[in-house]
Design a protein around this ligand. Structure first.
Ligand SMILES: C[S+](C)CC[C@H](N)C(=O)O
Ligand SMILES: N[C@@H](CCS)C(=O)O
Ligand SMILES: [Zn+2]
Length: 341
């Protein structure tokens, strides 16, 4: 149930209206793949499962739909033509895998809706839940994700990488994901303003009409991981016609409140937040280690405050699970009571 034919500017607002004011994004996709036994210690990370276990990809999408998500992100975060070629696949095979990432998510949505019509539980009998709108967001991880060395948490690509390099890197991949029928493009874990600028120019140059969101990985309450200010990054997103929501992901929960305030100063577009667990990623071993300070895994209790600060789309990123999303769904649709939060 996409929202086809909508003008880009009103797309997200119409969607949020249909969701009752706020929407639920899914949670850590790779985390859930690993929970089902996938080994993601690989240059393709979660995209590896597009090759080795597409059934698991579909299963994880269904896990998040069952948990109450309104938006599911495809398995394409680290799926790039260049990355597949480096693994020995042909260009055509790489393109097919990118398309599959969208098709599998669409299949999961079909299966889910079909299941909803057959399930006779009280919960499923409620039309607002059963027929809730669900969007497929094509995940586009940064150039840093493709590097597979944790660069998306550093954002320093060196002087040789320019806006042009980044546009050329992402161009075909974005076009394929759009043509495969994604409702939305989720540019996620953006580590610097250079890449935000590249995405904005790419959308314009290619005349892409599919709506997009820009979501940044941040290192504190006011800066993305490279040190560029979130205000400046959100301003780039604000000036891009196709961008329908702006926010942060894969960022520690403790920074989210401050970041929302800065984003609100830069844009009146809807704000999205989907934090990680607050742990730190070690790329060499593909492991997460606890950061010092308070445990932040359960950030569901902060959702109301983030809503008050001005965000309207909530989910989880790395190391969050369907349980987190279920908690968010309960907080946002209040178990399907009329008002959001
Ligand atoms: C969002 S990070 C945890 C993804 C994995 C990283 N790009 C890597 O390949 O190590
Ligand atoms: N959506 C990504 C993570 C972004 S940091 C994935 O789990 O594949
Ligand atoms: Zn993440």
């Amino acid at each position: 149930m996409g929202l086809e034919g909508k003008e880009t500017p009103s797309f997200m607002r119409d969607f949020l209206d249909k969701c009752g004011g706020c929407a639920v994004i899914d949670g850590g996709f790779a985390t859930e793949l690993e929970r089902h036994g996938a080994d993601l210690n690989d240059e393709l990370w979660s995209a590896k499962c597009l090759i080795s276990s597409p059934h698991l990809v579909r299963r994880v999408h269904l896990d998040y739909l069952d948990a109450g998500a309104n938006i599911i992100l495809t398995a394409s975060y680290q799926a790039t033509i260049q990355g597949f070629e480096a693994k020995g696949f042909s260009r055509e095979e790489g393109e097919t895998m990118l398309r599959r990432s969208v098709e599998i998510a669409r299949e999961a949505r079909e299966i889910y809706y079909d299941r909803c019509t057959k399930d006779s539980s009280d919960f499923m009998r409620d039309e607002r839940y059963r027929k809730r709108p669900i969007l497929i967001a094509a995940s586009v991880g940064s150039y840093g994700a493709y590097l597979a060395d944790g660069s998306e948490y550093v954002g320093d690509y060196g002087d040789a990488v320019t806006v042009q390099t980044l546009k050329d890197f992402h161009r075909e991949r974005v076009k394929i994901l759009v043509e495969a029928g994604a409702d939305l493009i989720a540019f996620e874990t953006i580590p610097n303003k250079l890449e935000a600028r590249a995405y904005a120019e790419l959308l314009e140059e290619e005349g892409i009409e599919t709506p997009a969101w820009f979501s940044f990985s941040c290192k504190d309450e006011s800066n993305v991981v490279s040190g560029d200010s979130i205000f400046e990054c959100a301003s780039i997103a604000d000036s891009c016609r196709q961008v329908v929501a702006v926010g942060v992901n894969c960022t520690a929960p403790r920074f989210i409140h401050g970041l929302i305030s800065f984003i609100k100063k830069a844009t009146s577009k809807p704000v999205l937040v989907y934090p990680n667990s607050g742990e730190t990623y070690i790329a060499e071993s593909n492991q997460w280690v606890k950061s010092s300070g308070a445990a932040e895994h359960d950030f569901v209790s902060y959702i109301g405050k983030w809503r008050d600060a001005g965000a309207s789309l909530f989910g989880g990123c790395c190391r969050t699970t369907p349980n987190t999303i279920r908690g968010i769904a309960e907080a946002t649709y209040g178990k399907l009571k009329d008002k959001c939060i």
